[in-house]
Design a protein around this ligand. Structure first.
Ligand SMILES: [Zn+2]
Length: 356
């Protein structure tokens, strides 16, 4: 699938950025053939896989308020008893961060079909992964938000970061800048309303909107609580993107904000796993991870949201956040996708190496 923006008038700087990365524009465009992130495309592929691969693929959905399905996709050999196998959940909370959708869909494609979405053969040991692990993917926790995005991928050619922030959390009617980032808001109470509702918020009732990663009413948390009831999960990978303003890096692994209070065995597992992810990023052509691995640095209210909503999960879970550069000329969408896939691949390698 080629994206129209490669031919738009303002794309001149984009090939220059690619040249600096030694990526030819054509190669980058071709690599977008592995990219699927639009909710309707995701739903169609899931329907196809459900029919073709019932032994290895189980798709379950919760319906969000918008009416769209939020999928939890379990990939394993379901014929054999899977209860004893090491297991991981991969999930993507934020609608302005589409690369983790594309990465999860292409990763699943490789496991099921032996091929990337563009048809090239996978290098993954897929039979071993299917036989020895249980992988649950939640490729998009807020498809209504994703569907409302003005682009399929944020490549830095069409929106400045300031405009991008307005798409994320809405535009303040008075300042014209990004509206506030809160856990929940009600559009019958807020005055003035944002001139544009941010796509990162998930509508959960006629008038209420939640930040999926910061409120338990989100479909993301509804799924996580249910999945945690079902079985033990050895690893939880939270897939995100950020802007790395003022930096040249394109990837970062983050430990929980309450890392210092976690039991030592969880700390040790998180740090070793995060190191494996960072090492995998560094091996990728154009991978440029920040080497330092530390707890989430939020303070004040934003930190408190995590303490309140994730605190209980941190007590018994091995959980790492992956951040890949978004909306930047120096990290084109195929690279965003490849970096996200590396984090997933390193997590599966970690499961096989350390969780049996
Ligand atoms: Zn995010």
């Amino acid at each position: 699938m080629l994206l129209g923006r490669y031919t738009t008038a303002d794309s001149e700087s984009y090939p220059n950025a690619l040249t600096a990365l030694h990526i030819q524009p054509l190669e980058a465009a071709e690599a977008m053939d592995r990219w699927i992130s639009r909710p309707d495309d995701v739903d169609a592929l899931i329907a196809q896989w459900s029919e073709q691969f019932p032994r290895y693929f189980k798709a379950e959905a919760k319906t969000q308020y918008s009416g769209r399905p939020v999928w939890a996709l379990t990939v394993t050999d379901h014929v054999q008893d899977a209860d004893e196998r090491p297991a991981a959940i991969f999930f993507k909370p934020h609608a302005h961060e589409p690369a983790p959708i594309a990465a999860q869909m292409n990763f699943i494609s490789q496991l099921l079909t032996g091929r990337h979405l563009d048809g090239t053969p996978t290098g993954l040991p897929r039979e071993q992964i299917l036989a020895e692990t249980v992988l649950c993917f939640m490729p998009d926790a807020n498809p209504a938000g994703t569907a409302a995005a003005p682009v399929e991928a944020w490549d830095g050619t069409q929106y400045t970061n300031e405009e991008f922030f307005g798409w994320m959390f809405g535009v303040d009617a008075e300042t014209g800048k990004m509206w506030k980032r809160v856990d929940i808001w009600d559009d019958t109470i807020e005055d003035p309303l944002p001139t544009h509702y941010g796509i990162a918020y998930e509508q959960v009732s006629a008038h209420e909107y939640v930040e999926p990663n910061r409120h338990h009413a989100s479909t993301l948390f509804r799924w996580l609580f249910e999945l945690r009831e079902r079985r033990t999960w050895d690893r939880l990978l939270s897939l995100h993107q950020m802007e790395f303003v003022g930096q040249t890096a394109n990837a970062l692994a983050i430990l929980p904000c309450l890392y210092d209070e976690q039991p030592a065995h969880l700390q040790e597992a998180e740090r070793g796993w995060a190191e494996r992810i960072v090492a995998a990023w560094a091996q990728l052509p154009h991978g440029n991870p920040l080497q330092e691995i530390k707890p989430l640095g939020y303070t004040g209210q934003q930190r408190q949201y995590f303490v309140d909503r994730w605190g209980d999960i941190y007590k018994d879970s091995v959980i790492v956040t992956s951040e890949i550069r978004n909306n930047s000329l120096i990290c084109p969408p195929p690279l965003q996708q490849a970096l996200n896939e590396k984090a997933i691949e390193a997590t599966v390698a970690e499961l096989i190496a350390h969780c049996r």
